[in-house]
Write a protein that binds this ligand. Sequence first.
Ligand code: PLP
Length: 383
Amino acid sequence: MSLFKKSDSNNIYLDYAATTPVSPRVFDAMKPYFSEDFANPSSLHLSGQKARAALDKARHDVADILEASWREVFFVPSATHSINLAIRGLVSSADNPHIITTNIEHSAVLNTCRSLEKEGVEVTHIPVDEKGLVDPEDIKKALKDNTVLVSVMYVNNEIGTTQPIKEIAGILKGHSAYFHTDAVQAANYLDINVQELGVDMMTLSGHKIYGPKGSAILYKKEEVELQPLITGGEQERKLSAGTENMPAFIGFTEALKETEELKNAESARIKKLRDAFIKKVLKEAPGVGLNGSQDKRVPNNINIYFEDLASEVLIPLFDAEGVLVSGGSACTSRTPEPSHVIAALGREEYAKNSIRVTLGRSTTQKDIEKAADVFIKIAKNNN
Ligand code: PLP
């Protein structure tokens, strides 16, 4: 299934965790909202009311997928915005707040917590084991009377490991702390039913699920009270002021619906390709290994370390072969810092030497076979 015209020839895009193309179905759903149905949903005329009705319907559709109430779904400009709203919005009105998070979070969580720490908020960073997994017991031990928030990512963006969200939610039952999960990398493959997961807040991003950039949602239980990050109009019940980005929010909703429909079939298809790649590369490429658990991991993620080669050197080598991969998180890949995620696995020596390969809807068996051959060739040439 090809989602986008391969304008740059035969390149094999294997960076779907960084971003996905907008799917044709999503693009079609968005189109009318640019220049036909462009009215402001806050306008009282009929065109405005039509836009309001479309936005309300989108909110209900998202809520149905999450098994939430429409009142609990907030459209926001990015997952980063949602995460800031969940964390800062909660702690800003708390007295002497304590937050628990993990040491492998995306920079949206990590840097928000760091910044709050500078403002005097107490933050506990739970370590992961060598496979990249959090032990729920560690969260239990870290809980204090003044813990107001536990934020644990559902799926890690670099190594794809899945955290035991339900178990953590179980541990938090009976404690007053709220539970937020960054589910940005989970939505394509895992269950995002908030009742099943037992979370109080959850963040999703449109551009990781074949929707547009600049679209995201925060799910928030009604009882969770947040302070807005910015002041302005009354949009999103005052939690995200500013005229609603209708094409983006309609696109997000269509993307989430399509993702739900494709989830099971795509997970099975991609997992097969992923496992074949890992098996071949680990067997035939010298001086490489897999980062993170192989089974507790989303189906599309592969993260390989090279014993003696830095990702800065490797990425252009892959690029020259037409294989587009990344060195870890897209948000930090321009800073040649070692990966905090690989370091957290106890593999500091490979924190600058790891390559993330992420598969998606357009990835074919042929693509994956070619990519594996390129991995093996590069490893052999440089060993
Ligand atoms: N959280 C995770 C796990 C991510 O992978 C990303 C994007 O890379 C984000 C948050 C931030 O998403 P956005 O680009 O929508 O702000």
